[in-house]
Design a protein around this ligand. Structure first.
Ligand code: IVH
Length: 671
């Protein structure tokens, strides 16, 4: 007997409340009460129940974060009240001037709140009767863009407010900062490097990710939020109350705010965070000092486009001066020759920098960096060291402009600058520097992920001639490893076991590991999804590759050319003989392990091979026939007999938007 509708509704409400509660613990409070696996199970149960009872589901369900097809352009979003900006203070003296001005205007002393200034992009979230109805960017302050679909995908943005029963006004607007954690930034850029389209810092990465016309991309970028303002402010009388109120409503609020009185306590906060900020996993470029009392804020008002009750203290740019000891050319795995500056060690933004890329010869010429020069160094996005400029006054008389060598420092072959390129390349496929880098890449985390096969081990293996190409990793012996620095019986066996474990890897990893120019993690994934096996990819013509969605002509040319070379054929053959192979089922142990999925009818947002690959990547098995054991049927327009059969057998059926949602949810990294 099927359960009574009222029971289903109760069960649904309980389950949904549980998912919302644990999502909030995890994503907003960073303090989960249950394991990731338990959370996944609850989430899955909720999806299942909504599938069986679609009438229960609504847009604000936690299962509905990622939805909606890509759009061509964003709609405009006019702000109810302008989104202001802040006046800046560049020195402690200017902060003191601010405090004096405030106290003169209000005719007495004030209490202040210090908050970290988060380096992301300002966003506005509007809730009507407790439901998120609009998310917008700041734009010019009066009018931004409607990015509701994108901001919904950020897990710490509540779709429904908590505690709404307690008499909230019909409409409230919450403002704050969306940002990209440093780690997500580094990972994102690593993936974009191959295509030469990296972001300069986490702020531009966050802005670029929010302004994706396809919310599925935003969902994968690992964005976060800290909110700091609400209008109307409800029961709050002070900014400290506002932050507490925001927390009670379910928003993520930065924990490092502090109520202070007087300039000394403000200075102490600035002093404390000057260095400590580098330990945070997000970028802060300053401290915002706000008058705490909301009535005093109102009294002080706004001039031009900045409130008189707050100021942004900007930390001095983290720069350091050091000396360029040498400029050496490094040859990468694809032969690209990059000038790198070796520096006298210096601490910038919390860590010691010894070297820094100069990108290419044009860049060296533009900055005119010479060996022996004193240079100003900073870190892009608090992460990547960069030379800002040369201190010309300190230049030694004998310093000569740097000239890019015409030959590869590792093998002596000509360094060739191809038309339209800024980099010079060593085109010798046998170049030892390229070989070393190819080996490093092969073993690296995003490729074969051989644990313990780090740079220094690889260098030693190459120096001793134990390893020439990646296939040689698989025939290493304990005796050989025992000759390396720091290896004993146990560690040698551990490394061999790690190597052995990677004889079978998912196809995208295998393709990435080959080190084909222009093929990074992302492109490898696309190729794997399209071609399904290494053999099919190797057999593909340039024409086939060009016709692949997501593969441009340059990539197509390089991939086809790579597989046609003799060294490539030899390598693939040798790997095969060593028992190294790409597995097709990529997600063993993934969240969809043991589930059989059937796609029927047409898909509008992705190709069928991509859909199948993504199912596999999560551990599921795509199948073409429906049986009682089928987990889910994804039915698009035109679905026929399979859909009928699924209904007859009582198999779960979902449409494409629901499928996209479940994919994105299952693929989203938990952190
Ligand atoms: S208060 C009236 N608090 O800094 C403006 N802003 O120019 C109220 N920001 O656009 C802003 N962290 O994007 C405030 N804790 C914080 C902040 C913060 C970052 C950004 C915000 C604003 C810019 C100020």
């Amino acid at each position: 007997m099927s359960p009574r509708p009222a029971d289903v509704r109760t069960r649904y409400a309980d389950l949904r409340a549980a998912v919302e509660h644990h999502g909030h613990r995890y994503y907003v409070l960073d303090d989960p009460e249950i394991s990731d696996a338990e959370y996944d199970r609850l989430f899955r149960d909720l999806v299942d129940l909504e599938t069986k009872h679609p009438e229960l589901q609504s847009d604000d369900s936690p299962t509905q974060r990622v939805g909606g097809a890509p759009v061509d352009a964003f709609a405009k979003a006019v702000h109810r009240t302008p989104m202001l900006s802040l006046g800046n203070a560049f020195s402690p003296q200017e902060v003191e001037d601010f405090v004096r001005r405030v106290e003169r205007l209000i005719g007495g002393v004030a209490v202040y709140v210090c908050e970290l200034k988060i380096d992301g992009l300002a966003v506005s979230l509007t809730y009507r009767r407790g439901k998120l109805v609009r998310g917008a960017t700041r734009g010019n302050g009066f009018e931004g863009e409607d990015v509701t679909a994108e901001l919904r995908t950020i897990q710490s943005v509540p779709l429904t407010l908590r505690g709404v029963e307690t008499g909230l006004p019909d409409e409230i607007e919450v403002r704050g900062e969306a940002y990209m954690p440093k780690q997500s930034f580094a990972r994102l850029n690593e993936g974009l490097e191959e295509r030469g389209r990296t972001y300069a810092n986490p702020r531009s990465a966050a802005a670029g990710s929010v302004r994706q016309l396809d919310p599925r991309i935003t969902a994968r970028r690992g964005l976060q939020t800290f909110m700091y303002a609400v209008d109307p402010p409800g029961p709050a009388r002070t900014q400290v109350d506002v932050l507490g109120f925001l927390e009670a409503l379910g928003f993520r609020v930065n924990p490092h705010r502090r109520e202070v009185s007087g300039i000394d306590e403000i200075q102490a906060y600035l002093e404390e965070w000057r260095d400590k900020r580098h330990e945070l996993d997000y970028e802060t470029d300053g401290v915002v000092i706000k008058v705490n009392s909301l009535s005093q804020q109102a009294e002080l008002g706004t001039v031009a486009r900045s409130p008189r009750w707050a100021i942004a203290y900007k930390f001095p740019p983290e720069e350091a001066q050091t000396e360029v000891e040498d400029i050496v050319v490094q040859v990468g795995r694809t032969g690209a020759a990059t000038p790198v500056a070796w520096l006298a060690p210096v601490v910038v933004a919390g860590s010691t920098v010894r070297r820094c890329t100069l990108h290419n010869e044009d860049e060296v010429a533009r900055k005119d960096v010479r060996v022996g020069d004193t240079v100003v160094l900073h870190k892009a996005g608090d992460v990547i060291p960069e030379i800002v400029s040369v201190v010309v006054e300190k230049r030694l008389k004998k310093a000569r402009p740097w000239v890019m060598p015409g030959n590869c420092p590792a093998c002596g072959a000509d360094l060739v600058r191809e038309e339209g390129e800024v980099v010079r390349r060593c085109l010798n496929p046998l170049c030892p520097a390229q070989r070393r880098e190819r080996l490093r890449h092969f073993a690296s985390r995003s490729a074969m992920d051989i644990e313990g096969m780090g740079e220094s081990v690889i260098d030693q293996l190459v120096d001793r001639d134990y390893v020439e190409d990646p296939a040689d990793f698989f025939s290493l012996t304990t005796e050989q490893l025992l000759t390396l620095d720091g290896f004993a019986e146990r560690s040698a066996e551990k490394l061999l076991a790690a190597v052995d474990q990677r004889r079978t890897v998912p196809l995208p990893r295998f393709i990435n590991a080959l080190g084909i120019r222009h093929v990074g993690e992302h492109t490898a994934f696309t190729l794997a999804a399209q071609f399904g096996t290494l053999e099919a990819l190797a057999a593909a013509s340039e024409e086939d590759l060009r016709n692949t969605e997501g593969i441009g002509p340059i990539v197509a040319t390089h991939v086809a050319a790579w597989f046609a070379t003799e060294p490539a054929r030899i390598l693939l053959d040798k790997l095969a003989r060593a028992g190294v192979r790409a597995e097709i089922a990529t997600g063993a142990g993934g969240p969809w392990s043991g589930q059989t999925w059937v796609l029927t009818g047409s898909l509008e947002n992705m190709s069928r091979p991509e859909a199948e690959e993504r199912i596999r990547a999560l551990g599921g098995t795509p199948s073409s026939s429906v049986s009682g054991k089928t987990h889910t049927v994804v039915a698009g327009p035109g679905a026929g007999s399979k859909l009928d059969k699924a209904k007859r057998l009582g198999v779960r059926v979902i449409d494409e938007p629901a499928f996209l949602n479940e994919l994105a949810q299952a693929e989203a990294p938990l952190h």
